[in-house]
Design a protein. Structure first.
Length: 52
């Protein structure tokens, strides 16, 4: 389950600890319960959306 980090101080601290792997402005920080995450796979956009 993912929840939004509402505390501005905590959100700022967490933003300093991680680096997004996607580009663009990030205006929210979410917390994901680690016991439900088993990994992730990054795939090229063409594999998901098809050719541009």
């Amino acid at each position: 389950m993912a929840t939004t980090v509402a505390d501005p101080g905590e959100a700022a601290r967490l933003k300093d600890l991680v680096r997004p792997w996607v580009t663009g402005e990030m205006d929210q920080v979410i917390r994901i319960q680690p016991e439900i995450v088993t990994g992730f796979v990054l795939v090229p956009a063409q594999a998901v959306c098809g050719p541009a």
